[in-house]
Design a protein around this ligand. Structure first.
Ligand SMILES: Cc1ncc(C[n+]2csc(CCOP(=O)(O)OP(=O)(O)O)c2C)c(N)n1
Ligand SMILES: [Mg+2]
Length: 252
């Protein structure tokens, strides 16, 4: 954690729990940068997470009110917080498995109700913390600890899912796009209504090593190569697009 953001870290915490090459630490920094640039009062914010590596991003690290809840139930807890005190800025930070697999129903119904939550989904395309099992976000064909012959199913497009359900701010960025990511988190914080940012975060330990990304930096480079904007996507063939990941704001 860069020294400038140290003031947001709970006293006594010295290291983050993430593996070398994990993107979750970059996301942690981006969230704190957004909060810092907006001069948010941490006493008016509540951070809610479920269970998983990503759920460790706010809790116990952020020096503010954090709720580290049950697997899949972060959005439900966050809804309760927001209902109890609508003046609070309630941010959910959790993983793809937590928010869209076990927690998928809470996610779509909170989006449908357009509840004023800021949901940041760290998508590393697997259940990282528990051994790299296949998730609802795992790309088709990918090797995981539970799909030894490759994942036979297509993944959710999380942004389309929440947009169709009723979210009113929707964006996708990779941790390799820190400026866009920080600006997007700032917009989500200021937006009134259900805000969702899918953040692509590499997991070399559980995803990369099973999918021929031998070094941690290989996954980072892959994201750099594949993430393009909607404008850049225009004019590409279906075949070319299949290799790309469209990033940016889809609804604001
Ligand atoms: C009810 C319940 N089911 C399963 C688990 C085991 N479990 C804990 S975290 C997790 C997956 C986390 O994946 P994700 O949310 O993508 O976070 P990541 O570790 O990849 O950042 C699972 C299956 C649990 N803790 N509780
Ligand atoms: Mg995950």
């Amino acid at each position: 954690m860069a020294r400038a953001m140290g003031k947001y870290i709970r006293p006594g915490i010295k290291v983050t729990p993430f593996c070398p090459g994990c993107g979750h630490g970059i996301l942690m920094h981006a969230i704190l940068r957004a909060i810092d640039e907006l001069k948010m009062d941490m006493r008016r914010m509540v951070f809610v997470s479920g269970i998983g590596c990503a759920a460790w991003i706010p809790s116990p690290h952020f020096n503010g009110d954090t709720l580290h809840t049950l697997h899949g139930r972060a959005v439900a807890f966050a809804t309760g917080v927001k209902l109890y005190n609508p003046d609070l800025c309630v941010m959910v930070v959790s993983g793809d498995g937590d928010l869209s697999s076990i927690g998928g129903n809470h996610l779509i119904h909170a989006a449908r109700r357009n509840i004023d939550l800021k949901v940041i989904c760290a998508n590393n395309m697997v259940y990282g913390m528990t051994g790299g099992q296949v998730a609802s976000t795992t790309p088709k064909g990918s090797m995981t600890s539970t799909t030894g012959e490759g994942n036979p199913y297509r993944p959710f497009d999380l942004c389309k899912l929440v947009e169709a359900a009723g979210a009113t701010y929707v964006a996708r960025y990779s941790v390799t796009q820190p400026v866009g990511l920080i600006n997007s988190i700032k917009k989500a914080i200021l937006h009134v209504g259900f805000s969702f940012i899918e953040v692509l975060s590499p997991c070399p330990t559980q995803y990369g090593r099973r999918n021929r990304f031998d070094r941690p930096e290989d996954l980072i480079q892959d994201l750099i190569n594949r993430c393009i904007s909607e404008e850049e996507a225009e004019g590409l063939t279906v075949g070319e697009l299949a290799e790309k990941i469209i990033t940016g704001e889809f609804l604001s």
